[in-house]
Design a protein around this ligand. Sequence first.
Ligand SMILES: [Zn+2]
Ligand SMILES: [Zn+2]
Length: 404
Amino acid sequence: MSQTPPPLPPSEKLPSALWEQQAKEGNKAPRREMREFPCPNCGADLRFNPGAEAMKCTHCDTEVAVPHVDDEAAHEENDLRDQIANGQELETVETPSLNCTTCGASVEFDADEHSRLCPFCDSSIVADVTLQRSIVPQGLLPFSVQEKEAHERMYGWLESRWFAPSGMTSEAAQEHFSGVYVPTWTYDANTRTAYTGKRGVRTGTGKNRRTVWTRVSGTVNGSFDDVLVSGSQSVSVEFKDALAPWPLHSLETYQTEFLAGFRAENHTMGLEEGYAESQIFMHAKIRDWIKSDIGGDRQVITSSDTSYSDETFKHILLPVWITHYTLERTRYRMSVNGQTGKVYGQRPFSKRKLFAGALSGFVLMAVFGWLISISSGPNIGPYIYTKPALEPPTNEGSWFNDDG
Ligand SMILES: [Zn+2]
Ligand SMILES: [Zn+2]
């Protein structure tokens, strides 16, 4: 450890033969993905240190602060219609990347990295590293959860699962996490929706119960703030629901220092495609607002026509720790929100525990059924959907990201 490698020129890519030669000579070859930030003390690589707003040397622990940049650019909303109509090129950068044929992710890799496992689906990628164009994000949420904490969060999550096989936690403990920045679109829009429909009001009791329908029409106005759409298909499910919310108020202006030692995924979903996806989400919310506006006990929407205005977007990166572990010859994926530590995972069920659980559940149901059969309770009629009380009952709706 007394031998320190010589400083490397920042942007120069060394051919792999040279790396190998250096390794043979006993020099500690710096890891390639961090070559852009050599340690001012020893020349080894600096790696962004989550939660510290600084990079830390992997060799001598020297810390170098990430230069402070105003976060205004990260939060700036861009005009969506203008962007689409004028086709103005978003700033792009070429990065050496691998395309995973299994899950479709495009992830930054150096040409001479030996391990080529896709961080998203864990399959080994046989394709060659090629230069790929990726949109430069305007902002990102830096990692604030350390890898060690991601591990601890994962244990806590695994141990709290019901019906988990014994040994699952110790299997998972042996795996390393990959820190990946996932490209994400955010969309804002104001909406105005004219609708026609029917309001159903229940009257009467018992056998006289019926629903009286009235034709209705109206308009609901809505506003959406930061509807998130993953810029790739690789983790979209985790993204939208399981790892949310994302504290978007902590967005930082994009700087490569935040990426030192981490991977970035390239976006594979374009701006318009992403917007179409966000509109599916908006549409579902608008239907809720219409039902609230119609009121009554039951609602039918016959037609709706939405116009969108003030549509804006941002392109950002979100931090995710990902790992995979094997149990009974099956690989399972775990992911941890790199900002909040929220865990989402796939986990196996123990057949033995499931059987025991099902058995006790079955006994309970049998007892419950017997109790019901001996009581002369009310005859439960067909299930009728009752509109829950929505607040406020108004023709205005708004939706915003939990933390945006
Ligand atoms: Zn150093
Ligand atoms: Zn993959």
